[in-house]
Every structure is written in structure tokens, then in C-alpha cells.
Design a protein around this ligand. Structure first.
Ligand SMILES: [Zn+2]
Length: 304
């Protein structure tokens, strides 16, 4: 072996992605109808399976063993559909409890404005205890807030998430508009006595200030760079490297935020697959970084 081929071989070995891996933020189906007009299951499940199953089978072949479906209630969460896709693809698919106050709170049902944080938490805790349709248990909490400063309703949704996480041990994942909303949520966690390790800052890539990523990671929170695809990958790679250089890679999660079937569109519209991270983004990483981001960190964060 010449020196050059040896180097090429060792680089290839270094970039080898893991054999088994997990995607922590994806979507199977999203219905962006406002809560006041929302009708659950306004689609044919067979049609969704026809459109999405091939994308799941593709990543199952590549070693993906688990996918977290992050569509909240009132936005198209469908545990029965997920159960079926899980069975047919062989991939474990997790669903969630919680409510989404982002997009100017248009996906919040009326009761979310009237009830207290504890009353909302009681609903989510009950979903965890009793299961959703089909007996499916939510495996994490998914909420959402816009950019800071947060209004009272958004703060209440975060507080309900804190109460639920403390009662159930579930990880609290929050779609977050920007870094100021992330820091504000960190204060709410602290005030509520929740360990920051139980919090995932979803869409951290929307914050351009690397120092805020680092502050949240140093506080113990998980910093999730999702939305990875061909056009966005260079920015995501910079975000990951910035935290890796500071010794904080053990607080980072990555995913595509891809999919999804859109009810009302022919064949569900244009559905993005879930393979880019494995097939391409891992080339930006060393083998051990890929192992950390796609296997070790998801298992530590979600305690499973
Ligand atoms: Zn998402």
C-alpha cells in the first residue's frame, strides 16, 4: 500500500458512519390547518403509507433503528398511523405529548388558553399514563414557542412541559424561534426545578450566535441542529464544529426535520426522505463524531 492509498483508506475508515443509528427529529405527516378548523385524520391512512413507507424502508436498510416523530397534537399526530408504519418498516417510531404554541399560537386549541399550566400538564401526564389511541405511549414531550420575548400563554406551555417532565421523566423538546427564547426557557426550567439535561432546544440552527449555543450546552441543555439537507449542511456543519471545538459535542443532537405527508395535496405533496444525514452529512464528521451524534447522544438524551 502506498502512503497515499493508506491515507485515503484511513480517512474512509474515520468517516465510516455507525451501523445502527437514530433520528431524533422527523415528521411523517403534518397538517398545518389552524386549531379552530382542525379535523383529525382527514386523509386515507393507506395513501400515507404508500407515500412514506418507501422512505422509511430506505433508511431501515442503512441501519436506522428509531425515528422520533415530532408532530404535536392538533398538527397531525396520529399514533395509529405511526404504529402501522413502524410495524411495516421495522423502525421504532416514537410519538409525543404536548402542545405547539409557535406560529402565533394558531395550533393551540381553546382549552390551552383557558387552563392553567398544571391543568395542561395533567392532560399530558394522563396521556403518558394511559397511552394515546391504539394504546401507544408518548415517549417525549413536544412543545413549540416563537422568538422571544415569550408571552404569558407561551410561558405557560413551557411551564406545563416542565411539570410534565418532572412527573414523567420524559424529555422536554421545544421548537424554539431563536436564542433569546431558548435562554428564557432555561430560566423557566430553573424556576420550575427541572434539570436542564431534560430539555432539548429544537431548531438551534436558527440562532446565528455560536456563543448562545455554547451557553445553553454548558448549562446542560441539549442543542439540536435539525433541518439538515443539501443546501443547509454547510451551516449545520459549522454549528456542530463550533460546539465540538469547545468540548461540547456530548450535548449536540442532529436530524433532518424532514418528511412529510401534507393532507389535501395529491400523494401528500413533495416528501423529503430521511437519508441525507447518514449518506452525506456524516462525511463532514469523523467516525467517532458520527457515532456520538447519531447513536450515543440520542440514547443518553432520551434514556433509551
Ligand atoms: Zn419539526
Amino acid at each position: 500500500m502506498t502512503r497515499r492509498t493508506f491515507l485515503a483508506a484511513s480517512l474512509a475508515a474515520a468517516a465510516k458512519p455507525p451501523n445502527r443509528w437514530i433520528l431524533v427529529h422527523e415528521h411523517i405527516l403534518v397538517d398545518f390547518t389552524d386549531a379552530k378548523d382542525y379535523v383529525p385524520n382527514r386523509y386515507d391512512r393507506d395513501d400515507v403509507v404508500r407515500a412514506v413507507l418507501p422512505k422509511l424502508q430506505e433508511i431501515a436498510k442503512l441501519g436506522c433503528v428509531r425515528l422520533h416523530e415530532c408532530t404535536p397534537n392538533y398538527l397531525g399526530r396520529d399514533p395509529v398511523l405511526l404504529q402501522r408504519l413502524s410495524r411495516e418498516s421495522g423502525i421504532e417510531i416514537w410519538t409525543n405529548t404536548g402542545l405547539y404554541a409557535a406560529r402565533q399560537q394558531r395550533h393551540l386549541p381553546d382549552f390551552a388558553f383557558r387552563e392553567t399550566a398544571q391543568q395542561l400538564a395533567d392532560r399530558w401526564i394522563a396521556e403518558h399514563r394511559n397511552g394515546l389511541e391504539g394504546g401507544v405511549k408518548p415517549r417525549f414531550i413536544k412543545i413549540g414557542v416563537d422568538k422571544g420575548p415569550l408571552d404569558d400563554t407561551s410561558r405557560k406551555i413551557v411551564q406545563a412541559g416542565v411539570l410534565t417532565s418532572k412527573a414523567t421523566g420524559l424529555q422536554l423538546c421545544s421548537h424554539t424561534g431563536d436564542g433569546s427564547a431558548a435562554l428564557e426557557q432555561l430560566e423557566i426550567l430553573r424556576a420550575g426545578g427541572l434539570d436542564p439535561k431534560r430539555f432539548v432546544w429544537v431548531h438551534a440552527q436558527n440562532e446565528l450566535d455560536f456563543e448562545i449555543h455554547a451557553r445553553m450546552a454548558r448549562a446542560g441543555c441539549w442543542v439540536e441542529f435539525d433541518g439538515i439537507g443539501k443546501s443547509t449542511a454547510p451551516w449545520h456543519a459549522q454549528c456542530v464544529r463550533s460546539l465540538a471545538k469547545k468540548g461540547l459535542l456530548n450535548r449536540v443532537l442532529i436530524s433532518h426535520d424532514a418528511g412529510w405527508y401534507s393532507p389535501g395535496m395529491p400523494q401528500g405533496g413533495n416528501i423529503r426522505g430521511y437519508d441525507y444525514v447518514y449518506n452525506h452529512f456524516t462525511q463532514e464528521l469523523t467516525g467517532s463524531q458520527a457515532q456520538t451524534l447519531l447513536w450515543k447522544n440520542p440514547r443518553t438524551c432520551f434514556q433509551s
